[in-house]
Design a protein around this ligand. Structure first.
Ligand SMILES: Nc1ncnc2c1ncn2[C@@H]1O[C@H](COP(=O)(O)OP(=O)(O)O)[C@@H](O)[C@H]1O
Ligand SMILES: [Mg+2]
Length: 293
């Protein structure tokens, strides 16, 4: 029997504060259910708590959860380490990926893949460093890397470079997508994967994401701009402001944000726009305007 709980991630009344300042809540009660096979977009002005949400879901130590629960596969994720969450199929593509000098892209991804193959309870019969005992064989690994790198149109030499060391903004985002493609998560959180990409890179990344969408993966797509949604069509769009989801709708909501900026929607929700209108506006990126023609 398949329990409905096996098919969805449920966030209930999630409240989150920085560990350094637990009195100051950034997220003030988030409720959200995302089923496998669905793509939900979260849009919101800068500073609204989008990255905090992605970090809280993944278990970043700089944040404390002051209340709420996140249910996934019959467990409350919030009680588990980030490592266990990843083993349970969660994946976060970082807004600002970090460099790891000395560690090659291939070794990094192979370690992550093998750790995941070990399972949640670290099956003792599986030795992730030993291809004959449950680790992916070098041949299979290379084959899979080649396939996924082709999908994201990456040069072969990419695999031997150090993780994010000297990478351009676009290369960093592509590496995040390569990790996702290799790890085949069941729930992927993409934090501003579109930021810093020119239009060609944006298209390649979006095609890469679209090629990975499947009925066994839920996606939370975090973005400040609507332009990514020209390429990846969300089932639902949520607007996050001041730590709460103030409204939800279809793709038309993203288009309305593009036309009007965040100001009117926040006013409708009774939120006094603290930031300037300039910050709240959702400018159409010039290259997106070109692509739209
Ligand atoms: N670790 C932290 N310590 C203190 N304040 C933080 C921390 N992380 C985020 N904030 C603050 O919380 C708010 C939301 O930040 P963030 O989640 O990064 O927003 P977004 O990703 O929507 O731009 C901002 O005002 C930010 O300065
Ligand atoms: Mg952010």
């Amino acid at each position: 029997m398949t329990d409905a709980n096996d098919r969805e991630l449920v966030i209930r009344d999630l409240r989150v504060a920085p560990a350094a300042n637990p009195e100051h809540e950034i997220l003030k009660g988030i409720d959200l259910t995302i089923r496998k096979g669905e793509t939900h977009a979260i849009m919101g002005p800068n500073g609204s708590g989008k990255t905090t949400l992605s970090y809280a879901l993944m278990g970043h130590p700089a944040y404390v959860v002051t209340s709420g629960e996140v249910l996934w596969k019959g467990r409350n994720l919030l009680t588990l380490s980030a490592d266990k969450r990843a083993r349970l199929g969660l994946f976060l593509a970082f807004q600002y990926p970090t460099a790891i000098p000395g560690l090659s892209v291939a070794s990094f991804i192979r370690s992550a893949l093998n750790a995941k193959l070990q399972g949640l309870d670290k099956n003792p019969d599986v030795d992730p460093t030993d291809a004959t005992r449950g680790g992916i064989s070098m041949l299979d690994f290379r084959r899979r890397m080649r396939e996924k790198m082709a999908l994201l149109r990456m040069e072969d030499s990419f695999a031997t470079r150090y993780v994010n060391e000297g990478f351009s903004g676009g290369e960093k985002k592509r590496l995040e997508m390569l990790q996702m493609a290799m790890l085949e998560p069941e729930f992927a959180i993409l934090d501003e994967t579109d930021s810093g990409l020119d239009i060609d890179a944006l298209r390649i990344v979006a095609e890469g994401v679209n090629a990975q969408l499947n009925p066994n993966m839920g996606v939370l797509l975090i973005t400040h701009y609507q332009r990514l949604l020209n390429y990846i069509t969300p089932d639902t769009v949520h607007v996050l402001a001041a730590g709460r989801i103030v409204t939800s709708g279809g793709k038309d909501l993203a288009l309305r944000l593009e036309e009007e900026g965040y100001g009117p929607i926040l006013r409708d929700a009774g939120i006094e726009a603290a930031a300037s209108e300039a910050d709240l506006a959702v400018p159409q990126a010039p290259e997106a305007a070109v692509a739209a023609r």
